[in-house]
Design a protein around this ligand. Sequence first.
Ligand code: ZN
Ligand code: ZN
Length: 94
Amino acid sequence: MQKYYDLSVKQKCVMCSIEKNVPDLWEPKYQWEMKGLLCKICFDIKNAEYNKSKTFCSTCGKKLSVIRYNPKRQWVLQGQLCRECWDSQKAKLG
Ligand SMILES: [Zn+2]
Ligand SMILES: [Zn+2]
């Protein structure tokens, strides 16, 4: 079986179903856990949504202010933490 990528082939954006040439579509970031391709508009929307979702503490869900804390690598946590959660994680896990 031969794999052949025709760059003029059209594909649909997985969010709004608009049909575009594949080179004009964007691959979703791996953190979004999405399959398929996105048009530029949907990519930007998704990106903004994702960035917004990142402004909440990943442990208690509290909205984070400008100051936020990144978990230490060994905590195996995703996202960012508020001060209180960071402190309690630090006390628990070091
Ligand atoms: Zn779209
Ligand atoms: Zn928190």
